[in-house]
Ligand binder design. Sequence first.
Ligand code: ADP
Ligand code: MG
Length: 383
Amino acid sequence: MVAPNNVRSEFTQCFGDDSDVRVFCAPGRVNLIGEHTDYNDGFVLPIAIDRNTVVVARARNDSIIRVYSVNRKQEGTFDLDHATPIQKGQWTNYVEGTARLLRQKGFRIGGTDIVLESDVPVGAGLSSSASLEMAVAAALVRLGDQPFDRERMALACQEGEHEYTGAMIGIMDQFAAAFGEEGHALLLDCRSLEFIAIPVLLEHHALLVCDTGVKHDLAASAYNDRRRECAEAVEILEKFIPGIRALRDVSESKLNAYATELPEVLYRRAHHVITENARTLAAAEALQERQYTVLAELMYASHESLRKDYEVSSPELDLLVDTARTIPGVAGSRMTGGGFGGCTVSFVEQDRAEEFMFRMREAYGTELKVYTVRASPGAEEIC
Ligand code: ADP
Ligand code: MG
């Protein structure tokens, strides 16, 4: 965890002193299963992790937000009362989108000085962006003495990311950063936003994240392409299956009945989403019932579907998952996050965890980073 006192002393360096500051944090997340289902109104099973963005914040008596990132060693400024054209590609857009969308959704947001630091790996599929957004949102909402409406805050962060970065992401990341629970995964229905917390028992199993250290350039554009392909599939299918709003509403048998009506690529995209929804519900049950061999098969099947049907894996991710399958004591492994690089998530028996790390590094290279993560709480005020 980033040391809050370090962030306070950075705040003093930026803004003169740290009197009256308040400190907040929000976690990154690892998605156990349910990939690319959130923007199809489907199901996801993320776990908020013990890596966070820490925000130190103090209200100003104007409408200006000044924000400094310790990781980037860069500051940005904008005025909430004056909108300026969005310049894509800047990290401060994640802050600006959050602040402006919170305002649009009716929160009272005033000028604020902010210093933030994160230990969520950036661009690795563990959602450093939602972690940053929710930590900033927590600070802005609390400094305005307002109710901590986690759902509305998560929606504001998501829409802010849409408008200010152009990434048309689903709700999973912000939801996990907002509602994470210690020791639990969240089975979330991305249509109703209802969720149940399912215990993740880590006495016998470790949750290990392997970071390929690779992020392929096409990741952002391919994400939006997949989203568009899913919408196109729904547009065609609704001529034959009246009343559907999203791939969530289509069963596998209905999809197969109308398979020839879809271009082959759209069929495979839809097939991934529809089968992934079913796998996610089955995996939640397996986790609840501690049926780890069932969970393992579902995770491997998810990876295969992402590799072949959805085509968002990468040679590095495939190598890690293919290697994990050969190691004793591994109860499932798959790519996690949007894909095209980033991380895999693996469930490994505790007393085999050392051997797992050794064997994975042997196959991938000694530079492979492996993080042991724990299921952790969502956004909160600390200190
Ligand atoms: P992911 O959310 O999977 O880590 P994204 O591409 O969605 O990847 O978000 C990463 C971006 O979020 C970074 O490129 C940067 O703009 C911003 N970001 C995340 N954490 C920080 C930080 N601590 N300081 C500055 N910018 C950050
Ligand atoms: Mg992100």
